[in-house]
Design a protein around this ligand. Structure first.
Ligand SMILES: [Fe+2]
Length: 693
């Protein structure tokens, strides 16, 4: 490494407060030796956030003999047998950090495979981990990564990781994954204790019960949720004992970002909300605890309040009701600000010539969701469909900025109306002002072929056309136009989404690809701020990956929508006597006429012939019943995203290959030039994608 790089690296290490392992040739073997004792390192090993010369490595070595800390030796080698050791260092595990440690290994070669392990003073060793450094910025070779999200362990199995490992082991070396991007819901903080369950949820049973040392019951005693730092830590202890997840963390570096469940189900900023509980629960101490546990268990290039990698250094905060918000929806209460600033997760990573990865935080700075407010409820009294007109929601979303500062005095739905409670309020924000400015600056400065936005929340509109419904299914107000079935993610955050997409268009940015999670379903299509009859002008492509294991919409529909519900055919097709099919896939891509045709005739060709071409030009694929993971391969010419879908992961697959595949679908996008439109070609490579294509 040249002096300049070395100095840059030292600066970087100092900023993270890193314990350093410095790569250099011919390090003599330490005398202590290494005997693998996985039982003493129950959560395995992990690595994270590689750049071209360095990577963070992680383990947990708990002690129960009353001591407060211990020293571990870190060994990094060029080969899995550790005959060519390239770096050693010592690091401390502290009771204060729940016996976890993070070590920044530097002076490494770009695009290189390394092995690492930890050894305690008695020679008891961790399992061996494998990690990879990023390719150099000018490396023209193709790059690959996987993106995943939503892995409820108590209710499901991590078969998707086993399949990913199997496929990677059998891939040619040049076609293996460089890293795994985890887009959140790594843990689920709401759990059910088996003795609390009247009946299992949907198709699931509790296969891995988790109990909190303290905990609190929420949502009218339906769930337990963490109520202390140790409660959050227990989640990671349990999850990381899963053999498939642990093996995945030992095989690839992870790049992780939290979504909601790392803190709280319906949480935003440092505030909790639970169904059945009136008002907001001030939760500054729990937000800090959630951030501390995340820092302790996810090796990432983030800066803890301590400015050290050894301990988090939680700021002292007091739970205080947040009452005042600034113009960007940010709660100005000092404990709220201290809690959300305790860990900044948004960050950018470069991976070779073709990937600028920019990751944002959708939960810590978002403004209060106006869909949660009671003022809107009278509009939907006696409504049986649950579809919200896009126009109405655009008025709620944009607040005082609607129609260039001309919001209507009333919000209306059919013959009902309420005063426009948003008329004097600022537009919703998901990112908050500061993060949004950072994000747009990152996009403008990105030089790689592909600008990948790692986003915990999906951006495609979840649009339906109830104006075409026959009266037998339900009554939708005349003239209300297209509607949305979901109000809570980017798909219905029209104003801020448009601001970002306009910035992309105005700067002539090409190669924008959004990868997201949270929806527990697979989506592929185009990133556009508006849909017909407005001008449809995509500025990029957008993908949502299915959940690793968490329950999806199709499974919930099977249990929640009764056989005699007149709206059932929109969501489920019971044709053919088999299990109900996810007809909602047709509803979202082709419209109500297609869905109803398929539900009655079971004829997919006839259903497609009834498609409404105006409904969803932004979508090329939707499967609300799929689980699994997605991979991305990029080079100078194209991006290929594959959805690898597995059957509903109720139980752990006993095989080494993670079990059967449902389908593999490929979405190919050639790079486009400024002023051109992205084009996507979707192909089913293997298996049966059912109603999704
Ligand atoms: Fe989730």
């Amino acid at each position: 490494m040249q002096t300049l790089d070395r100095r840059h690296f030292l600066k970087l290490a100092a900023a993270l407060g890193a314990t350093l392992a410095w790569g250099c040739a011919h390090v003599p073997l330490p005398s202590v030796g290494w005997r693998e004792r996985r039982d003493l390192y129950p959560q395995g090993v992990a690595s994270g956030d590689p750049d071209e010369h360095s990577v963070l490595i992680w383990t947990r070595r708990p002690y129960a003999d009353g001591r407060k800390d211990a020293t571990l030796l870190v060994e990094v080698a060029d080969d899995p047998a550790f005959t060519r050791m390239i770096a050693t260092a010592t690091t401390r595990v502290l009771a204060q950090s729940d016996w976890t440690c993070r070590v920044l290994v530097g002076d490494l070669k770009p695009a290189h495979e390394y092995w690492y392990r930890f050894v305690d003073a008695d020679g008891n060793g961790s399992r061996i981990g494998r990690t990879l450094t990023a390719p150099a910025h000018d490396d023209p070779r193709p790059s690959r990564f996987a993106f995943v999200s939503c892995q409820s362990l108590p209710e499901g199995a991590m078969n998707a990781y086993r399949k990913m490992i199997w496929e990677d082991e059998h891939a040619a070396p040049g076609e293996r994954l460089g890293f795994v991007l985890h887009l959140g819901d790594f843990v689920y903080e709401v759990v059910q204790y088996p003795d609390q369950l009247k009946s299992p949820r949907y198709d699931r049973k509790i296969t891995f019960p988790i109990k909190f040392p303290k905990g609190k019951t929420v949502a009218k005693n339906r769930f337990w949720a963490p109520d202390s730092l140790d409660d959050y830590r227990v989640l990671y202890h349990a999850y990381l004992q899963d053999p498939d997840l642990q093996d995945a963390r030992a095989r690839w570096p992870f790049v992780a970002m939290w979504d909601n469940h790392e803190f709280s189900w319906q949480g935003w900023q440092s505030i909790q909300q639970f169904p059945g509980t009136d008002g907001w629960v001030p939760a500054q101490t729990l937000k800090v605890a959630a951030m501390q546990a995340w820092f302790e268990y996810q090796p990432a290039r983030v800066t803890a309040p301590s400015r050290s990698l050894e301990t988090f250094g939680a700021p002292h905060v007091v739970d205080t009701l947040v009452k005042d918000f600034d113009d960007d929806g940010l709660g100005t209460e000092p404990n709220n600000l201290a809690a959300i600033d305790s860990l900044i997760g948004y960050r950018a990573l470069r991976w070779g010539r073709h990937i600028d990865l920019i990751i944002t935080d959708q939960r810590s700075y978002r403004s209060h969701d106006p869909g949660d407010r009671d003022e809107i409820n009278p509009l939907f009294e006696n409504d049986t469909l649950g579809f919200v007109p896009e126009e109405l929601w655009a008025q709620v979303d944009a607040g005082r900025d609607y129609a260039n500062g001309h919001p209507p005095a009333k919000l209306s739905f059919g013959d009902k109306s309420v005063a426009n409670y948003r008329a004097g309020e600022a537009p919703q924000t998901m990112l908050g002002a500061k993060q949004k400015a950072w994000f747009i600056e990152q996009l403008r400065g990105a030089k790689a072929t592909w600008k990948i936005w790692g986003n915990s929340l999906g951006t495609p509109d979840q649009r339906v056309d109830p104006q075409n419904l026959p009266a037998t299914v339900g009554k939708y107000p005349e003239g209300a136009g297209y509607a949305t079935i979901d109000l809570h993610d980017w798909g219905a955050m029209y104003h801020e989404r448009a601001e970002i997409f306009d910035a992309v268009r105005d700067a002539g940015i090409t190669g924008l690809a959004i990868v997201a999670g949270d929806r527990h379903s697979f989506w592929a299509g185009y990133a556009a701020k508006a849909l017909p009859p407005a001008a449809f002008e995509p500025v990029g492509v957008t993908f949502v990956g299915g959940s690793i294991s968490s329950v999806g919409t199709a499974e919930a529909n099977e249990h929640n929508i009764k056989k005699d519900d007149p709206t059932r055919p929109l969501y489920l097709a019971d044709a053919g006597g088999g299990p109900p099919q996810a007809n909602i896939n047709l509803l979202l891509r082709h419209g109500v006429r297609s869905a109803l045709e398929y539900a009655s005739s079971g004829d997919l060709q006839k259903a497609h012939a009834a498609s409404n071409p105006e409904l969803a030009p932004h979508l090329t694929f939707v499967d609300l019943g799929g689980h699994g993971y997605a991979t991305v391969r990029v080079d100078a010419e194209r991006m290929v995203t594959e959805f690898v879908c597995i059957p509903r992961p109720i139980e752990r697959s006993p095989g080494e290959d993670g079990g059967p595949l449902r389908y593999r679908v490929r979405h190919e996008v050639p790079i486009w030039r400024a002023g051109e439109r992205p084009q996507m070609r979707t192909t089913v490579v293997e298996g049966d994608a059912g109603l999704a294509v």
